[in-house]
Design a protein around this ligand. Structure first.
Ligand SMILES: Cc1cc2nc3c(=O)[nH]c(=O)nc-3n(C[C@H](O)[C@H](O)[C@H](O)COP(=O)(O)OP(=O)(O)OC[C@H]3O[C@@H](n4cnc5c(N)ncnc54)[C@H](O)[C@@H]3O)c2cc1C
Length: 421
């Protein structure tokens, strides 16, 4: 059969671009469909525009940041690891740096540079990139796949189609739909009888009940939080937290958000308990307060003004009024406990419009982890966030997109070579 292309990649995000590059490097003729005007719109937002591309942690540690089943990621990671990501980008002209927390960024700290080198590499390998082309359906005939798409020409839409030998679905999840990820890949997967596990936003803000908006804009360093579900502590973390217009966010908020959102969806009561002094015991804080009182020549009970002066020595100034509002009867005696246990019952979470990643997706039970090929339809591959795999913050999600994309591209090229058409 004389087809113009061997492989169609659907989606020009991190996973799709790597898939197209690796398939083309293996000798396949590749077309990439991207419904937006440019590739990598989401990548441009990553790491606050700096793109935290990967994390140098070894697999044993790396795997603890992948959900829900790190085992599915293992083969893809070992085939194209975090070290391979760094090597690959360095070779195609993008120097990288490792920063705090073993996070890797482009040396230029510009996400746009990451997208640029990927697009240049695709162009060099003669991958045809069809922009403004939204795949609406994929159908399998006996020997090939037909990709039907809407091509935007100005204000007009034109329905067109291409037949290819293999398809890689790399359409992303549901988060930040403005970047083009609107869940179309799930429909494509379902049309081939694939199971899509329930999706929910992860790495997102948790909004406290009666959220005190005076907290917005406050960043706290080295604090602790406990996530409780129906009163039981299910996760403890220390690090940095931010109060934003969405609620509790920042790396700490994100770390607990996956479990918190999942619990809320299932109708459970969720609470965040903030420990402002995670390194100190209640007894140590008591002794410290005693020393501060002596230094200030204060005796109990304290007037409101004196309490504020004391608190200035114990927490950032902007936090004092919301803290006192939340703990109206606090006195010197109860203060150590309250500093370690500021309770925020959670009312809701911020949805896909601002969630960093989508949990859930195409079930990994029906995809071969060593190839990323569908178990239900040969020649159909999946890569990236469309799959039921999500990571913590720290470069894990992009590494999964690169690893699964590279493996899907290589496997699809091998599959195409093996066909006798
Ligand atoms: C604000 C923000 C910051 C982030 N920061 C980081 C970070 O620093 N480090 C990290 O590791 N991860 C980060 N992530 C997560 C990471 O960006 C994603 O997990 C990753 O980009 C997923 O890649 P993907 O290729 O699977 O999907 P996407 O990047 O979502 O790409 C999917 C592409 O497919 C296209 N598409 C969808 N449907 C169709 C269709 N029907 N036809 C044609 N094209 C289609 C879309 O337009 C899109 O371009 C961040 C995410 C966000 C939202």
């Amino acid at each position: 059969m004389n087809l113009r292309y061997d492989i169609a990649v659907i989606g020009g995000g991190a996973a799709g671009m790597l898939a197209a590059i690796k398939a083309a490097e293996a000798g396949a003729k590749v077309v990439l469909f991207e419904k937006k005007q440019v590739c990598g719109r989401k990548m441009l937002l990553t790491g606050k525009g700096r793109c935290n591309m990967t994390n140098t942690k070894p697999w044993a540690e790396f795997s603890s940041h992948m959900h829900p089943k790190a085992a599915f990621v293992k083969a893809a990671f070992h085939n194209f690891s975090n070290k391979d990501t760094i090597r690959f980008f360095n070779q195609i002209g993008l120097p990288t740096v490792v920063t705090q927390g073993q996070r890797v960024f482009p040396e230029s700290m510009s996400a746009a540079d990451v997208v640029d080198v990927l697009v240049s590499r695709m162009t060099k390998l003669s991958v045809d990139i069809l922009y403004n082309c939204d795949i609406i359906k994929v159908m399998k005939s006996e020997k090939c796949y037909k990709c039907i798409y809407n091509k935007r020409i100005g204000d007009m839409m034109d329905i067109q189609a291409f037949s290819v030998k293999a398809v890689i679905v790399a359409t992303g999840g549901l988060s930040y739909p403005i970047t083009g990820s609107t869940g179309k890949g799930y429909d494509i997967a379902r049309s081939f009888e694939h199971t899509v596990t329930p999706c929910f936003p992860s790495l997102t803000a948790l909004t406290p009940k009666n959220y005190d908006t005076r907290l917005i804009g406050i960043d706290l360093e080295n604090v602790g939080i406990y996530l409780t579900v129906n009163g039981d502590i299910v996760q403890m973390e220390t690090g940095d937290l931010s109060f934003t217009d969405g609620g509790i966010e920042g790396s700490l908020g994100y770390r607990v958000s996956r479990k918190a959102v999942h619990a809320m969806i299932n109708g459970n009561k969720v609470e965040i308990v903030l420990d402002l002094k995670p390194a100190l015991s209640v007894a140590t804080i008591k002794a410290r307060i005693g020393r501060e009182m002596e230094d200030l020549h204060y005796t109990e009970p304290l007037t409101d003004r004196r309490m504020v002066t004391l608190l200035k020595r114990l927490m950032p100034q902007q936090l004092i009024q919301p803290f006192l509002f939340a703990h109206k009867n606090v006195d010197v005696k109860s203060l150590p406990d309250v500093l370690k246990e500021w309770r925020f019952p959670i009312a809701k979470y911020v949805g896909y419009e601002r969630a960093v990643v989508t949990a859930g997706g195409v079930s990994t039970e029906e995809v071969v982890s060593k190839t990323m090929q569908s178990r239900l339809s040969s020649g159909l591959f999946f890569a990236g966030e469309v799959l039921d795999v999500d990571g913590d913050t720290g470069g894990y999600n992009l590494q999964f997109a690169f690893s699964s994309g590279a493996l899907a591209g290589q496997s699809a090229a091998k599959y195409v070579k093996s066909l006798k058409i």
